[in-house]
Design a protein around this ligand. Structure first.
Ligand code: IVH
Length: 681
């Protein structure tokens, strides 16, 4: 036990208050990240804190309480969910579909109580998720339930604990806000569209079944009996009501109060002073619907005065004081003209629908994803079918299924290709996987995707090398693998369309500059299956260079925390392929050979302990480049300005960060001034 303590640099004689202080710090950073979306420390620092807390708890398991951040995951699977009676009915909402419906509702309630004519309204996004009811006792999250029939729901506490946006403890002493001993908060659990797409992409690549839409995925995840599985789903919440004993008198105050207590509240919500302003606002919302990063199926209109809303009572389960204006569905039907196939970086083939162009929510849609070949077979989607297409927010449009009733008989079933659509070599299917692969590692499609990944921002960050140029280079036969980028010559580039002297020189300079990238970035850039930026950085602190990593066996790699057999084997397999070994040899010969990253850079640590934020377009650095420069000199970079920020580095056309920095009195630096303070003796 004591050994654990030594590893994390702890004093073995730490006290309960040291433990409590660390717990509080972790809660704070969790809140910055998951509620405010504004972290002030790096993920790695956060992980270190959590490791330290776990180490403390392994020595003093008796200190662990349900609000410990370590208790978010790991609860054993349940056999079934217990029933929970809600402290007050969890009401529903009446629907409206037009301005006329809203006006009719307004007149109805104004007739019942003329205070409505002078009332304000609060507009909130109608989040297309799942209602959850969160119980706090003395500020600690003790129980979470589904809505059920509105009277009795199911106890899904262990699942909800895994959602990092849910505070396990309300930081009463810090907020200074009065928290009733029993607080019951209503929220919507859901998934961000981008997280949903990432999840589906990962599932499709692994050849697993994909989910239909973010709502079903969130609902299905929360009904899992194993909280360990729920923890892997990127769920989040937004809160919008206090179910019982609300200390606030208005809806707006309730939202502000929840926010002060550390709950996530949508910053889209708005207070409007009367009917006309409220109506105008609903049109604005419809127009911006596509920009909302989660699925919203309407806007909820609520009387701000909760006392008045209460007095108006309800009809069935719908309170009179609130109404849901439903947006028109973002689903249309169109004809599936054909099915195309993309080839990904790993050779996986993904089918997509080629549609008769159709407008959905103001956007012309010509293509939609079909996920994988099994999906087409499962839904019996045929070429020539009229299909239902859905587009929600920024989600890539997808096919829900065929409209079978209008089939004419001329539609024909789709046959997955037997050869790769790009290199025409035969495709393969691995046992137990749905996906089909092109296994020709010289397939131009794979080479293009690999290079695209290699040069990308999070990898070697070769500025100016976009997909178009990568395609040109591969198609002209100038580049066959990523290492060939380093043997490009100016005269080669000048032969390509659109290249003049300056452009060729700039590109070659950017390629040459990328030789200085760290070992972590180079490992990321190789695109080994399952090895993202975080894993690559870990590897870069444990292996001297690519040769050293290539000699490691799976067992050695699995000694690193967080590396399981799949990741270890993927690395060993990658280096086992002769073509990849050749790439490594070529990189070494070209001088692309970064060494092990030590935690402390050997540059003078002139920026040690200082926190930086960068804004605007820089002239001497790329965005990633300046971050590396600051961290190599001991500074820290975060994404947004806060009271903790020491310096804001400004480029051209700085955004709102500059104003915020001025407000907070944060020191402002130009690039030149940054260099000056960094490189001073
Ligand atoms: S208020 C009396 N506010 O919409 C309070 N509901 O059709 C009634 N929903 O079951 C609910 N976002 O799951 C409210 N900002 C929001 C909401 C919201 C989503 C859902 C909720 C409810 C359904 C009503």
């Amino acid at each position: 036990m004591a050994k654990v303590a030594i590893i994390y640099g702890m004093d073995e004689n730490f006290s309960l208050s040291d433990y409590e202080a660390l717990k509080k710090e972790i809660h704070f950073h969790n809140y910055r990240y998951h509620v405010l979306d504004d972290p002030v420390i790096s993920d790695a620092e956060f992980d270190q804190m959590l490791l330290k807390l776990r180490a403390m708890e392994s020595i003093h398991p008796e200190w662990i309480t349900p609000d410990s951040p370590t208790q978010r995951s790991g609860a054993p699977a349940a056999e079934r969910f217990e029933k929970v009676r809600h402290p007050a009915p969890i009401l529903s909402l009446a629907n409206a579909f037009s301005e006329d419906d809203i006006r009719a509702w307004y007149e109805r309630i104004a007739k019942l109580d003329d205070r409505v004519c002078r009332a304000s309204f609060v507009l909130e996004p109608k989040i297309d998720g799942l209602t959850v009811v969160l119980h706090y006792r003395n500020g600690i999250f003790v129980q979470g339930a589904t809505r059920g029939d509105g009277e009795v729901g199911e106890d899904i506490t262990a699942n909800l604990r895994t959602i990092k946006a849910i505070p396990l403890k309300i930081p009463v002493e810090d907020t200074g806000v009065n928290v009733p001993p029993e607080l019951v908060v209503r929220a919507e659990a859901f998934m961000m569209i981008s997280d949903f797409e990432k999840l589906n992409q990962e599932l499709a690549e692994k050849g697993e079944k994909v989910y239909q839409n973010p709502r079903n995925t969130a609902a299905g995840s929360l009904r899992q009996l194993d909280p360990g599985l729920v923890a892997q789903r990127p769920l989040t919440i937004l809160t919008y009501a206090i179910v019982a004993h609300n200390p606030q008198k208005s809806q707006w105050e309730t939202l502000m109060y929840l926010k002060r207590l550390g709950f996530p509240v949508s910053d889209l919500s708005k207070r409007c002073s009367g009917l006309e302003e409220m109506l105008a606002c609903t049109y604005e919302w419809q127009a911006m619907r596509a920009q909302i990063p989660f699925e919203v199926d309407g806007v909820v209109i609520k009387l701000d005065d909760l006392g008045l809303a209460d007095e108006l009572g309800f009809v069935g389960k719908d309170p009179r004081g609130a109404l849901a204006l439903k947006f028109p569905a973002q689903e249309v039907t169109t004809i599936l003209n054909d099915i195309g196939v993309n080839v990904g970086r790993t050779g996986v083939l993904t089918p997509y629908a080629i549609l008769e162009p159709v407008e959905i929510g103001g956007v012309i849609v010509k293509q939609a994803t079909l996920h994988n070949f099994d999906y087409i077979a499962e839904k019996d989607i045929r070429i020539g079918d009229r299909v239902m297409v859905k587009r929600a927010g920024d989600v890539i449009p997808y096919i829900i299924g065929p409209v079978v009733d209008v089939r004419k008989g001329s539609e024909w079933p789709y046959q997955p290709p037997e050869t790769c659509p790009v290199c025409h070599q035969s495709v393969e299917n691995f046992e137990g996987e749905v996906a089909w692969y092109c296994i020709n590692s010289s397939c131009p499609a794979q080479i293009i995707r690999n290079i695209e990944h290699f040069v990308s921002r999070g990898a070697m960050d070769i500025v100016g090398m976009g997909i178009k140029i990568v395609e040109q280079l591969v198609e002209a036969g100038l580049v066959h693998d990523v290492a060939d980028l380093y043997s490009l010559r100016k005269e080669d580039l000048l032969k390509l369309e659109g290249f003049a002297d300056k452009k060729a020189e700039n590109l070659l300079e950017a390629v040459a500059a990328s030789k200085q990238q760290s070992l972590g970035r180079l490992i990321t850039a190789l695109g080994i299956h399952g090895i993202g930026e975080v894993a690559a950085e870990d590897l870069a602190t444990r292996f001297d260079d690519l040769d050293d990593l290539s000699r490691a066996d799976a067992e050695k790699i699995m000694e690193i925390q967080g590396f399981g057999p799949n990741m270890a084997e993927a690395i060993v397999d990658w280096f086992g392929i002769e073509k990849n070994r050749e790439i490594v040899r070529k990189l070494k010969a070209a001088g692309v050979w970064p060494k092990r990253a030590s935690n402390v850079s050997n540059l003078p640590q002139t920026l040690a302990g200082k926190k930086f934020v960068v804004t605007g377009t820089l002239t001497g650095f790329s965005r990633e480049g300046i971050k590396d420069y600051i961290s190599a000199h001991g500074g820290k970079v975060s994404d947004s300005v806060s009271a903790q920020t020491d310096y804001l580095v400004v480029g051209e056309n700085p955004g709102s960060k500059l104003e915020k920095a001025r407000e907070l009195g944060v020191e402002i630096l130009t690039e030149a001034q940054l260099k000056e303070i960094t490189e001073k003796e």
